[in-house]
Design a protein around this ligand. Structure first.
Ligand SMILES: Cc1ncc(COP(=O)(O)O)c(C=O)c1O
Length: 428
């Protein structure tokens, strides 16, 4: 077959970046491993929780019965979003956080991933004068999806964090390294997730304010990816306050609140920047699904979404993290240099094996041999230019499996890592 001839952008966009490349391998493994049972801890898909599914079913029934149905699904709408959803978000956030948002501060997008695509390309890349504006990720590792959003890959730059290590407890936490982090007139935008996929890290309120302050003098927009943040899905296990500000674009997603299939994202920011993102969207896809927007508006207006987030979604994943943590504490030898990232939120656990004698890809392969699938950590450092051994010493474990599966998988992980470290000693 003849290779299609592609443009620079065509080549860039047809690359399978980060975790998507791994997913291909995982799908192959599951397909070819007939008969072999795998415990799949690689999923990024949230678990379908019965109360959450019921909420969306109820909202759908209401919509079907309402006279708005035809208006919602049989017509195009405004590119900015379905008005009742824009109003619901403004009202909810104004009440909850004492803001004074108007509709001009809000854009509804088809999933939040699209916000990063618009933002990365509207603010990062080459200016008309030919200067390169960087897309800064202030703390690496971070969401693998940022790796593919820029049409100008050389614009993406990530910074190594500082590590706060509790040796005795086998725990650690990443902190932004403010002695290195550079946000200047060469910066087009800043992006980070809070809580973070893959690590479960939650940047402190002060750290976020400090990043926003560094960006303020040059009016650099700071996209705070709040896909796991309160008020929905409220997947924070530690206290955190969403931070708003002139140059902050607060980005929500309804995906982890049970609606990934409907593609609903929300950008909240100053009207000028919201307008730019909106034009991008008009050119790209006109608008997000209005059915998804209409049921979201209901679930937010009734308060049910925030309520289910705190009472159902958060405890579900927090419990899973405890199961995993307990199993590791029980089975992992004290003398192995394993470190679990503090579980402050999101739906993943992140493990670091210091001085691991093999790399994360080989560890992933060895775990597959014992029927456990995780995600090698190396895929979560998009934009990092330095070589850093730490990058090849981590794995991401999804908290979407059953308690039993998580426990069994941790026992197998313990065996494999013990052997890996021991073999290295023998070989020396
Ligand atoms: C941190 C983070 N940001 C963004 C996304 C994309 O979400 P959406 O479904 O809203 O496009 C994900 C999805 O897993 C994520 O983990």
């Amino acid at each position: 077959m003849m290779e299609p001839s592609l443009t620079q952008f065509g080549t860039q966009m047809s690359n399978l970046t980060g975790v998507r490349a791994i997913m291909k391998d995982i799908i192959e493994t599951l397909r070819l491993g007939q008969g072999q049972e795998f415990i799949n801890l690689s999923a990024g898909n949230p678990v379908i929780l019965p109360e959450v599914e019921q909420l969306w079913r109820d909202c759908t029934a209401q919509l079907l019965a309402s006279p708005d149905y035809g208006e919602v699904v049989c017509r195009y709408g405004s590119s900015q979003g379905y008005q009742p959803l824009i109003d619901a978000i403004a009202k909810d956030f104004n009440q909850r956080y004492g803001l004074s948002l108007t509709e001009r501060n809000i854009l509804i997008t088809p999933g939040s991933q699209s916000i990063y695509f618009y933002g990365a390309n509207a603010f990062g890349g080459y200016t008309q004068a030919g200067e390169l504006k960087q897309i800064v990720l202030p703390l690496s590792p971070d969401y693998t999806g940022y790796g593919g959003v820029s049409l100008t890959p050389e614009a993406l730059i990530a910074y190594k964090p500082s590590l706060e290590i509790d040796e005795a407890a086998h725990r650690y936490k990443y902190r932004p390294d403010f002695s290195q982090l550079k946000i200047s007139q060469d910066t087009g935008c800043v992006i980070f997730s809070r809580p973070c996929n893959p690590t479960g890290n939650v940047l402190s309120d002060n750290e976020v304010r400090k990043i926003a302050e560094l960006a303020a003098p040059n009016h650099v927009p700071v996209f705070i990816d709040s896909a796991y943040a309160p008020p929905f899905p409220a997947l924070n296990f530690t206290d955190m306050t969403p931070i708003f500000g002139d140059n902050i674009i607060h980005c929500l997603s309804l995906s982890k609140a049970g609606l990934p299939g409907e593609r609903i994202g929300v950008a909240i920011g100053d009207p000028d920047r919201i307008e730019i993102l909106q034009s991008f969207q008009t050119n790209l896809c006109i608008h997000s699904s209005r059915y998804g927007q209409a049921i979201s508006a209901q679930a937010i207006n009734s308060g049910a979404l925030a309520e289910i987030s705190v009472n159902v979604i958060r405890p579900y994943y927090q419990h899973k993290f405890t199961v995993l943590e307990t199993a590791l504490n029980q089975f992992m030898p004290k003398d192995l240099p394993w470190f679990l990232h503090r579980g402050e939120g999101a739906i993943f656990a992140w493990l670091w094996f210091k001085d691991l004698p093999i790399n994360d890809w080989d560890l992933y392969q060895q775990l597959k041999q014992v029927g456990v699938i995780v995600v090698p950590g190396n895929t979560f450092f998009p934009g990092l230019r330095d070589t850093w051994e730490h990058q090849h010493q981590c794995i991401r474990i999804s908290l979407t499996a059953s308690d039993r599966e998580l426990e069994t998988a941790m026992q197998r992980l313990v065996k494999v890592t013990q052997q890996v470290y021991q073999q290295a000693v023998v070989e020396v």
